[in-house]
Design a protein around this ligand. Structure first.
Ligand SMILES: [Zn+2]
Ligand SMILES: [Zn+2]
Length: 824
């Protein structure tokens, strides 16, 4: 094979890998373990460039770590339940199971064609009953421990998708999947008590040094821990209304209170005040609005007066009570104190409804006038209008005021979280059934463990009817109660698909184990995941749920570690012409086309070379052309001089003293060092650039005719270095060339190439040149260069020649490493 034919090479290597079972990995090997995981794909039909990039990055690390002597677990599977399968079923009349498994078959072929080093013997699909049966087991255990409960609650609901959405799945008031506005609906749901872990999930963010700062901040913001105080405001009728605030230093400036429309007192308060009708209308209107949208309201703050007043416990002021659309029941107590002078949101509301503004914090450099303020003053200053606290710095006053409140018994210090419990009920078919039975006599009954799994029936017709088709399928829902044997009905909602992806990383460690949820010994050998790689779009949802789930399973004794992912890399998107690839923009690049035209190696290389992993990659066709040409150049480098280097022993130590040899050796060692360090830091693009330079250096070395055997050995050493350094990036072509060279294949795949520090230093000295005793020039040359070489170099310099002025040179004295003196 003289020409580089990627398909021939790639098919051949992949067949060999498969035959040798090269990527199969087992536990209990006398090597350090390394668990590398890329976020598994949803089997939507075809892999896209984002996948290719994600998995190419992972494959470099997996192969590199294996070459460094690690026992590397690198698995792949399918996040296979979910809505698109169901939508496809409705649109095309194909069963979700068939659609899903067909897609998996196709996408598996695509991934295999790309030559990723997955241990395919560990493949899992979360829609397999042997997978989700253990999820049902976990659900029951969580139920026993009070980590699952059922309640009726207003939930986010997407009318288009006809299902409930978790708070995390509502983006700016829109459904994360279809972008339709989300509404509120009262539904009885199952919830996971993730809030029990809110504090730990928050605090542990500071113990994850291997995670990007940005992701940790997103998690922290989502959990939203804040320190503050609950204060009891008495109503005129003697009732109490408790508010939560992080700003007790502004308590003397409260001029109204606002309740969430969902607050239990909202309607009661207005009774008999003459405002009842208005309040009721407002509450009904507002409750339909999505809450995350309400929380971020810009302008458009609306409210209605209840006709009631509360008494400020600090100064006895009479405060009107409003219902406000910007107050959330889930945060704090669902009631807030409003301080228009020092909170912009309250300020805007007060302006609309003509409520008073009382200054309690005076900035040091200016005098605030409530009549002239155009916005709230949210900065620090000195307390005024605050009785005994006047004159104090407001930050310092916070704890003094809380002490006072606690001493008077009108409030207490508290910590508050924004995080809500995770509603997991979905009124959809293509998901894991919730293992619960409803009995008229016994109420809620759990499915007995020995009756697991509750298998999803596959002979169900999927239609768009606004509820799970299971709810109409008698064979499924009609059941005898396990306790009283009376008529009972199964839960027909299925679990949120994010439940499956919250523990798949554990299942990969023991995929075929079926005697229990997990083979703890193997789980503990592999966990935690040493390196997790995936898109930043999962920074909140998936990662937070996984951290929660891993903690729960830790408490069940199924895994020793508390945090599942030691290091996290979030790779950027693949974009084209400055925009995210999408069908509607028509800027999609199809991986199949690239593999067809350039081969898997060039496709991988381009994804890795065009941008650093964490940055967005702007796809260009020139980029892949360039990568393809580079691979051809590497191919020719070996194939065109196979006869001279084939049976030589490679060396990377210069055996001759020629400066060319020394330079090539320097390049080899410098490049190995650079590539090693770059891969360790995920600077994969610069690692590739480094090898490209080495290839250039080799071609330069070949420009002069070579005859010494030592030089060919060095040439072969250089070429082997190129192949081994490139192996994690482009495994097919490098392995093929290595085989042509007759190199030891086990050593090639199994050992990383080491450099020697002393050869990475450019060893040069500065030589001074004198003409007739006067210093005229200096230049650099390799240390210990031959006298003749130094003399030639000195005489060849323009500056020196100018000072010789054409006169005959009488004598040249060379002091090695120091000086050349020319007498003329
Ligand atoms: Zn939707
Ligand atoms: Zn019963």
């Amino acid at each position: 094979m003289k020409q580089y034919e990627p398909h021939v090479v790639e098919e051949k290597r992949q067949a060999i890998w498969e035959q040798e079972g090269l990527f199969r990995v087992r536990e209990g090997v006398d090597k350090k373990k390394y668990y590398l995981l890329e976020m598994f794909p949803y089997p939507s039909g075809k892999i896209h460039m984002g996948h290719v990039r994600n998995y190419s990055i992972g494959d470099v690390i997996a192969r590199y770590k294996a070459m460094r002597g690690y026992n590397v677990l690198h698995p792949m599977g399918w996040d296979a339940f979910g809505m698109p399968a169901e939508n496809a079923a409705i649109e095309r009349g194909v069963h979700p199971a068939k659609w899903t498994y067909d897609n998996i078959d196709y996408m598996r072929k695509q991934l295999k064609r790309l030559g990723f080093s997955y241990d395919w013997s560990r493949e899992i699909a979360t829609c397999d009953v042997d997978y989700y049966r253990w999820e049902q087991w976990m659900f029951l255990k969580m139920y026993e421990r009070g980590l699952v409960y059922r309640k009726s609650a207003p939930v986010n609901y997407c009318v288009k998708c006809q299902t409930v959405l978790a708070n995390e799945q509502v983006v700016d008031g829109l459904c994360w999947r279809c972008n339709e506005p989300v509404i509120q609906k009262e539904l009885t749901q199952w919830f996971f008590a993730i809030t029990k872990y809110a504090d730990e999930l928050y605090e542990f963010c500071d113990r994850l040094p291997g995670w990007p700062e940005r992701v940790l901040n997103m998690q922290k913001n989502w959990i939203g821990k804040s320190y503050g105080v609950e204060v009891d405001f008495r109503l005129e009728n003697g009732d109490r209304l408790t508010i939560f605030t992080t700003r007790p230093d502004t308590l003397y400036g409260v001029t109204f209170m606002a309740l969430a429309p969902e607050h239990p007192l909202a309607l009661d308060l207005a009774k008999g005040t003459g405002y009842e009708m208005e309040v009721r209308a407002f509450v009904e209107k507002t409750r339909m609005q999505d809450r995350s949208f309400r929380a971020e309201l810009q302008g458009n703050k609306e409210g209605v007066f209840t006709g009631r007043y509360a008494i400020n416990p600090l100064n006895g002021a009479r405060i009107p009570i409003y219902i406000g659309n910007f107050v959330l029941m889930e945060y704090g107590t669902g009631a807030i104190m409003s301080v228009p002078a020092h909170d912009q949101r309250d300020f805007e509301f007060a302006k609309v409804y003509g409520l008073p503004i009382i200054i309690t914090i005076m900035p040091e450099m200016e005098e605030l006038d409530p009549q002239k303020m155009e916005c709230a003053y949210e900065g620090d200053g000195i307390l005024v209008n605050s009785d005994d606290f006047n004159g104090m710095n407001n930050r310092k006053a916070i704890s003094s005021i809380i002490d006072y409140i606690e001493a008077k018994g009108i409030g207490r210090r508290t910590v508050n979280f924004k995080l809500r419990d995770w509603g997991i009920s979905r009124q959809r078919y293509w998901g894991a059934p919730i293992p619960i039975i409803y009995c008229d006599n016994c109420g809620i009954v759990t499915v007995p463990y020995e009756q697991l799994p509750v298998a999803l029936p596959l002979n169900v017709e999927v239609k768009m009817i606004g509820r799970s088709p299971l709810a109409d399928y008698e064979d499924f829902y009609k059941i005898r109660c396990p306790l009283c044997n009376g008529d009972a009905r199964r839960e027909t909602d299925t679990m949120d698909t994010f439940v499956e992806s919250s523990w798949y990383f554990l299942k990969f460690t023991c995929p075929e184990y079926n005697e229990g949820p997990l083979d703890t010994k193997r789980v503990n050998y592999w966990m935690p995941v040493d390196q997790y790689i995936g898109g930043v779009e999962h920074a909140v949802l998936h990662l937070l749920y996984s951290r929660f789930f891993n903690r729960v399973l830790n408490e069940f004794g199924l895994v020793d570690v508390r945090e599942p992912f030691e290091n996290l890399l979030t790779q950027g998107m693949v974009i084209k012409d400055g925009a995210k690839m999408s069908k509607s923009k028509g800027n999609i690049v199809d991986p199949d086309y690239l593999i067809e035209k350039y081969g898997a190696d060039a496709t991988r290389l381009c994804c890795l070379f065009a941008a650093p992993p964490e940055k967005d990659l702007d796809w260009s066709d020139k980029g892949i052309e360039g990568c393809y040409r580079f691979l051809q150049r590497v191919w020719r480098l070996v194939v065109e001089r196979l006869d001279v280097i084939k049976d030589l022993n490679p060396t990377v130590i210069p055996k001759t003293n020629s400066s060319d040899s020394r330079f090539l050796a320097l390049m080899i060692h410098k490049t190995i060092k650079k590539v090693t360090e770059d891969i360790e830091r995920f600077h994969l693009n610069t690692a590739i650039a480094g090898v490209m330079e080495l290839v250039n250096a080799i071609y330069k070395f070949l420009e002069k005719p070579r005859d010494a055997k030592e030089e060919f050995s060095l040439l072969r050493g250089a070429i082997e270095a190129v192949l081994r350094l490139l192996f994690p990036f482009v495994p097919h072509i490098t392995e093929e060339l290595c085989e042509m060279l007759g190199a030891d294949m086990a050593a090639f795949r199994g050992n990383w190439i080491e450099y020697r520090e002393e050869y990475t230093i450019e060893d040069k000295v500065t030589i001074a040149v004198q003409v007739n005793g006067k210093l005229r020039d200096t230049f650099e040359i390799e240390r210990d260069a031959q006298q003749e070489t130094i003399k030639e170099a000195a005489l060849g310099r323009d500056k020196v020649q100018r000072h010789i002025e054409g006169r005959p040179v009488k004598k040249v004295v060379v002091v090695p490493n120091k000086l050349v003196n020319i007498v003329c």
